[in-house]
Design a protein around this ligand. Structure first.
Ligand code: CA
Length: 229
């Protein structure tokens, strides 16, 4: 049974979430504030969390940050805050996905399934001893810094390689535009999202079978990018 921790101070919404999740055979815990959430998460480690950002005792972003010191369970943020700055802050703190209120329960359930599936699949895709990550269409050798498609070697520029490396080393996780820009180009480039668009398009041309319908290098509009194994 998948265990979900719902962190939400709106009692009515929390109840609706708990009922819907229990009806789909999830084991559900609910916390009305950040402190309760962290102690519950420590006592009964959840497989996935749904976290509101506006909590009475602390900010949801701080809850995520505290959780990330010891847990890799996927975190889905469910917040009324719709600004891209809020999304980026939550993602940089370690959230895996972000939905704004009002929301559709069906979409929330779908994203929850996707998050738990990715988490279940992730361990096998962590760079292994040989430092290789393989998909159906290409193999990345993180030690030799080489990329191979089924039939041929792929040449990447240092910038393309750096971008790909960050995404590949975080399989299934949404990496914010800001983090990618800061790590690849440097702190003063954190708003140059057009750089990212150009380089991601190049990477897709080199790696994806159909670059206009990417299977591995996924854009999350307004938020960032994700390597989908
Ligand atoms: Ca709230």
């Amino acid at each position: 049974m998948t265990r979900v921790l719902v962190v939400e101070d709106d009692a009515q919404l929390a109840r609706a979430l708990v009922i819907n999740l229990q009806a789909r055979q999830y084991a559900v815990d609910a916390a009305p504030d950040g402190a309760t959430a962290l102690s519950l998460a420590a006592a009964e480690p959840p497989d996935v969390l749904i976290v509101d950002l506006g909590l009475p005792d602390m900010d949801g972003v701080d809850v995520i940050q505290a959780l990330r010191r010891w847990s890799r369970a996927p975190v889905l943020v469910l917040s009324a805050r719709s600004g891209s700055e809020d999304k980026i802050r939550a993602l940089d703190a370690g959230a895996d996905d972000y939905m704004t209120k009002p929301f559709s329960m069906d979409e929330l359930l779908a994203r929850l399934r996707a998050a738990t599936r990715r988490a279940a699949e992730a361990p096998t895709l962590e760079p292994v001893a040989g430092g290789q990550v393989s998909t159906d269409d290409f193999t990345v050798d993180l030690v030799a810094k080489k990329v191979k498609r089924v039939d041929r070697d792929v040449r990447l520029t240092p910038t393309e390689w750096h971008l790909l490396e960050i995404l590949i080393c975080n399989p299934g996780r949404l990496i914010s535009q800001r983090r990618l820009l800061q790590e690849v180009w440097g702190p003063s480039y954190s708003t140059k999202t057009n750089y990212l668009r150009v380089y991601m398009a190049q990477l897709r041309r080199k790696l994806e079978v159909d670059p206009s319908h990417p299977r591995y290098l996924i854009t999350e509009p307004g938020m960032g990018y994700r390597f989908e194994p």
